[in-house]
Design a protein around this ligand. Sequence first.
Ligand SMILES: Nc1nc2c(c(=O)[nH]1)N[C@H]1C(S)=C(S)[C@@H](COP(=O)(O)OP(=O)(O)OC[C@H]3O[C@@H](n4cnc5c(=O)[nH]c(N)nc54)[C@H](O)[C@@H]3O)O[C@H]1N2
Ligand SMILES: Nc1nc2c(c(=O)[nH]1)N[C@H]1C(S)=C(S)[C@@H](COP(=O)(O)OP(=O)(O)OC[C@H]3O[C@@H](n4cnc5c(=O)[nH]c(N)nc54)[C@H](O)[C@@H]3O)O[C@H]1N2
Ligand code: SF4
Ligand SMILES: [Mo]
Length: 746
Amino acid sequence: MSEHLTTCPICEVACGLKIKIEDGNVVSVRGDTEHPPTRGYICPKGTALQGLHHDPDRLRAPLVRRDGELVETTWDGAFRFLRERLGPIAEGGPDAVAWHLGTPLAHDYGSFVYGKTALRLSGARQVYTAATVDHMPMMTAAGLMFGARDTASWSMAAPDVDRCDLLVLIGVNPLVSNATGISAPRGRLKAIRERGGRIIVIDPVRTATAELADQHLAVRPGGDAALLAAVVNVIFAEGLDRLNRLEQHVAGVDALRTAVSPFTPEAVAGRCGIEPPVIRELAREIAAAPSAAIYGRCGAMVQQFGSLNIWLMWVIAAVTGNLDRPGGVLFPLAAAATHNTRGDAAHGYPFPTGRWHTRVGGHPEVLGELPLAALADEILADQSPIRALITIASNGARTAPDSARFEDALRRVELLISVDPYINETTRHADIILPPPSPLHRDYYDLFYEQLISHNHTRYTEPVLPLPDGAYTEHQILMELVGVLGGFGDMDRGVVDDIILSALVHDVVEEPGSVLAHLDPQDVLAALGSERGPQRGLDLLLRAGPYGDHFGARPGGLTLADLKRHPHGIDLGPLQPRLPDNLRTPSGRVELAPDPLVADLARVRDGLGDDHELVIISRRQTRSMNTMLHNIPALMRGKERCTLLLHPDDAAARGLVDGARCEISSATGTIEATVEVSDAVRRGVVSLPHGWGHDGPGLRLRVAEKHPGANLNAITGPLGVDPLSGTAAFNGVQVDVRPLGATAPA
Ligand SMILES: Nc1nc2c(c(=O)[nH]1)N[C@H]1C(S)=C(S)[C@@H](COP(=O)(O)OP(=O)(O)OC[C@H]3O[C@@H](n4cnc5c(=O)[nH]c(N)nc54)[C@H](O)[C@@H]3O)O[C@H]1N2
Ligand SMILES: Nc1nc2c(c(=O)[nH]1)N[C@H]1C(S)=C(S)[C@@H](COP(=O)(O)OP(=O)(O)OC[C@H]3O[C@@H](n4cnc5c(=O)[nH]c(N)nc54)[C@H](O)[C@@H]3O)O[C@H]1N2
Ligand code: SF4
Ligand SMILES: [Mo]
């Protein structure tokens, strides 16, 4: 028996885990009590690593389509297929190949470092990722307010959960999702109340988190922007604004005051469903609190006004003196060099957007990405230039809006390549599936989460198990794809690795203001060693980062070798004020009223009269992870989970009772689900989890197929996208709910 430290790759929290192995089998998965940020915490999804690793449905060899069937092949055969089929298509230019990159990839540091660089070098323009069904509104608002160069810029303020006196949560349910920054949520939220603080939850549903809070504001879906604009309005109208030390670092206060002036509590109350006195009280309480952290996640983002919500949330923090101060919201200082620690402090670039557009709908690229919600239309358009689609770690057939159309596009595209360990709703349409090894076979560094966490720390863990004979790592698969796309023929893929690393080194050394400016890129390359694979890229970013050794210029500074000597990770201390060092806006200031956001407020004003009878929203569940964990038997015991929450009055009006089957229709489609009558959900709102709908032919998910659930995204799509970020507006779609078999309204 041996015991290994690793990092959970399942959600953003990246908990430290201890895994026991006997005869090559996982016998237990537990929390690592010495991992600084998560201190032994583990949730049911983390324990599922055992089931994932041993899942008989997980693919161990590549599959290719022959005579309509997916059949096993060798890696050599698979790579030959790629050269023969993808090679010629790639010669068709930057729009011939599209990418859909999914959530688990965020945990693979190699893909982040090398993948991003490869996409940039190749001039790829058809890039679609989970960001535009998730956090792109935060990237957009952050980019416009604090500066950004690409999607990995990460200048995002995190809530200081452990020191705040007031915590305001908007559309986030950490007790279930542990959403960013709030790992081990119950204890940390209770601690706020124990130190005399308060928690306010803004959510159409009285969630588990709302139950634990002091106050629950049951906002109408999509009403947050109106509500938050009114909060800012009240703060100015009542003279509660105080910028304190931010005064010298912000721009746009007057423009902001003017922009929110129409949004009085009385003007917005109908749209947001919150009474004017309650809105005034909320504004006063945030302004009066000794410190207040305010934080929004999916409920605030995957809706029509995502970018506005995140902007207004940070605006409220700024004008109440809570931006960049302990107990408020602060900018993490992660160990790996990223945009907000590189280059010249307080000097930056215009927000990158609109350099190219989708052909259908003319959606602008944002930070190098196009909206996932637009991908199906792009593929299905007449004379679409897209001939191949590469999906890596994504299941768009269930996670993108209007999934029927998305699956049509998967069927229609000339060549579909999937890098994925399962045959699921997306990959069943693939021409070739390249399975990465189980996460226990790879080393781990959380480049992503360390940029967002509410306490600075850094950690690297070695693989738990050696790579099985003949298997390829995610990185090697990526290098193979890049080799074919780059026209490198039969050239050793190690050379491709060298070429990407070299580009990365030049980038870091030669950018203005580089801490490595005094060095020759060749010397930096030599110092990184000759062992190929993603570790050299990680070492570069750590050594050029804010704690790094700068390749000798800062003796004793961090290197990867150093980090490896601390397998529980290194505690880098609580978040500290960083303004203005982290700013990368052209003005060198926090932009409180960026033009695009101010202009977009017109949509909120125009929609103040919106009053649909019934709208649908989504929710997360403790034992699901998007579409991923429904094939793990240990997580699937107990009663049916994919239920439609419906308020008792709405149920009675439709003749529906608890446990009844119903039909739910929107402008995009109709699905069936089981009703769960509950007064936890606001009248006029129904809630269904996303990530289900494991049905139709060709799946290899033997457990999940027995519990298919309803596919929420078959009926999302009519609301389009949040225009500034291109993020899908899943929540707030107008629906009709009726007993199964009842006649649909005309
Ligand atoms: N157990 C579990 N944990 C997860 C995941 C999972 O699938 N399962 N997924 C992970 C991922 S990828 C992410 S991005 C995070 C997301 O984590 P969260 O953001 O916490 O997830 P959700 O439950 O989707 O949304 C939060 C809340 O938004 C509310 N909401 C819906 N519409 C609106 C609205 O218009 N306004 C407001 N104010 N609220 C609204 C919903 O009722 C819900 O309670 O969780 C991560 N953690
Ligand atoms: N209606 C509605 N829709 C939503 C949301 C919502 O709140 N409401 N939330 C959105 C959000 S926040 C997110 S993040 C997205 C998630 O969208 P996706 O990223 O598309 O969804 P996942 O279910 O996480 O799919 C992950 C895929 O990666 C594969 N995989 C797992 N591990 C690995 C690995 O190590 N390597 C590789 N190559 N593949 C792997 C899995 O088999 C699966 O096919 O869904 C979005 N969709
Ligand atoms: S909260 Fe659960 S799924 Fe997320 S990292 Fe921790 S153990 Fe893994
Ligand atoms: Mo997500």
